[in-house]
Write a protein that binds this ligand. Sequence first.
Ligand SMILES: [Zn+2]
Length: 176
Amino acid sequence: MFTHPADVIKYCPRCGCKAFISNDKGRSFKCEGCHFNYYINSSAAVACLIFNQEGKLLLARRAVEPAKGMLDLPGGFVEPMERAEEAVNREIREELGVQVTQADFLVSYPNEYIFSGFSVFTVDLAFICCVDNLSGIIPGDDVSEVEFIFPREIKKDELCSESMVKIIDYFISHKI
Ligand SMILES: [Zn+2]
């Protein structure tokens, strides 16, 4: 399946011209009709590491595509004009129903998130988070259940993306 923007985008979104030419290995487009320029950049996303008192990491089982049924760190896309820290608070409130009390940036890794047959390139910003009430977690619609697992015992083939594997590996090698 060809999901890269250069394989999917056929027409200029401004004027509808078919001469919407991708350059720079598909990282930019230029319209030969109206001269509109469009760049493919990374979208910012947040991933949250929340631990219980035993040191087990909270993982959310995805209830929706893509990667339905796989384990994910809670988080999501940063909205336009939103701070990454605000996205952490909002996503944890929406996905788990609890309030973040502290969030410390850990590391970032790139990812390719394929949605609706279209590649969205992200930079996943990982934060170590504390929440106000771990026992009060109520999974939102896009999470089927939450599980607590010791980081070293997480099965990598159950994680939904390579960036989540790298974030957890980074945590294990730098923080444990
Ligand atoms: Zn155009």
